[in-house]
Design a protein around this ligand. Structure first.
Ligand code: ZN
Length: 425
């Protein structure tokens, strides 16, 4: 006997006591359930991706943030709890669940916290029942269970997104704080480098054999200044990221490096007979004269004061203090034309200028590392280079040095040499 009844939802066939739902024009229950099952699978795939993002995010954050960072800990806990949901979905899949039904009188999996049975008794031929691994039973979960599971997964997805955003914010802030430290140093270094190069440029006007070296330095200065202008104003509160700050830092370091070569070339081109290099503290003549004599000082007792210029080590710090005080007054530090002069250099000076302008070799205070010569340009002059410019008394700079030098142990005590200061301690 076959009975036929038409329902709102579809065609209900009643055959031998079994019930089947057959699709009609309206969405069938099976189609709706398949959609829910698909959403569950999609949510699970999304949660797996979330977990991978979270683990990767925590791993990279751990190099920047402390291990007890609250976002690292909350994301780690969230990932652990989310794995439980994923394992439930895996369990359903492994047990052959392929759809969700709206009602399940044979449901064998009433809640998430019970593990469904996976072993059943299967009658063997001959009538003996033996416990054995079961063929996969068809588990069904209800719509309500599926929705609960889906809701829980979607909630965790939102938590992942929010927590990862917060973690990234924390990482970005920490990375930027680190980058700002290097950045601040780079700004100061470039400012100092620019000031030094600018001073070299300004103070060598008319002092160099080849002025094209100064033209090249001027171009390098202009370029480096523009890099500083474009990159030197970032503050911690700016919207720039750590990568932005790092890029600005790199640009300024590169700009600083571009100043070195033209500065070296200008220094090398300076045509000033008082500038003598003391890179060899012990020339050959000192073998006979003896280490420690005038012009033959033990290199261990000499220290660099500027560039390749040396002084007796004890005189360097007092000079630096004098120079700093001078800079506070006049805007730039003192430039040392010549500090320690070795014996050979004094011989060359004496050959060029003779006595009394150049001291007899072996008697100069320069040979003791206790004298400096200041350049002509410390004494503003209307005279062109090579003329009387170096004999300038009574300039504001010299008057200041005469008044304040003794506080640092530096005095003018050589008549006729307004450029020469001795360290008397
Ligand atoms: Zn001198």
């Amino acid at each position: 006997m076959v009975g036929i009844a038409i329902t709102v939802a579809g065609l209900l066939l009643i055959a031998g006591g079994s019930y089947y739902l057959v699709a009609s024009k309206l969405p069938s229950l099976e189609e709706a359930d398949a959609t829910l099952y698909g959403q569950l699978m999609d949510a699970d795939a999304g949660l797996i991706a979330d977990g991978q993002s979270a683990r990767s995010g925590v791993a990279s954050a751990s190099t920047v943030l402390p291990s007890d960072d609250p976002w690292v800990q909350s994301i780690t806990a969230l990932d652990s709890s989310s794995l439980t949901l994923h394992q439930w979905v895996l369990l359903f899949v492994n047990q052959g669940v392929t759809k969700v039904v709206t009602s399940a009188p044979t449901l064998d999996n009433p809640n998430f916290n019970d593990t469904p049975p996976i072993v059943i008794d299967v009658p063997t031929p001959g009538g003996q029942a033996t416990a054995s691994p079961a063929p996969p039973p068809t588990f069904l979960i209800t719509t309500g269970q599926a929705v609960d599971l889906l809701t829980a997964m979607q909630k965790r997805h939102r938590l992942y997104q929010a927590s990862l955003t917060s973690l990234n914010d924390s990482v970005g802030a920490a990375q930027k704080a680190t980058a700002m430290t290097d950045y601040t140093t780079a700004v100061t270094d470039l400012q100092t480098g620019l000031a030094t190069a600018q001073f070299l440029y300004d103070s060598t006007k008319g002092q160099v054999k080849d002025n094209s070296t100064r033209v090249t330095l001027a171009a390098a200065l202009k370029a480096a200044k523009s890099v500083l202008d474009a990159n030197g104003n970032i503050t911690a509160g700016d919207a720039n990221s750590a990568a932005d700050v790092q890029a600005a830092t790199d640009a300024m370091k590169a700009a600083l490096a571009t100043l070195k070569d033209p500065s070296d070339k200008v220094s090398a081109a300076v045509d000033n007979p008082r500038i003598t290099k003391a890179t060899d503290p012990l020339p050959a003549a000192c073998q006979a004269r003896g280490v420690g004599t005038n012009g033959c000082l033990d290199p261990a007792t000499l220290c660099v004061v500027q560039r390749d210029q040396l002084l007796a080590c004890k005189a360097v710090e007092p000079f630096n203090q004098l120079s700093a005080a001078f800079e506070a007054k006049f805007g730039h530090g003192l430039y040392v034309d010549c500090g320690y002069r070795n014996y050979d250099a004094q011989v060359a000076m004496h050959d060029r200028y003779g006595s009394p302008r150049a001291a007899t070799p072996g008697t100069s205070n320069h040979g003791l590392g206790l004298a400096i010569d200041l350049p002509d340009w410390e004494y503003p002059s209307e005279y062109p280079p090579g003329q009387a410019a170096e004999i300038q008394y009574g300039t504001p700079q010299e008057n200041w040095l005469i008044a304040h030098g003794p506080k640092y142990g530096w005095v003018f005590n050589v008549q006729g040499e307004p450029w020469h200061m001795n360290f008397v301690g």
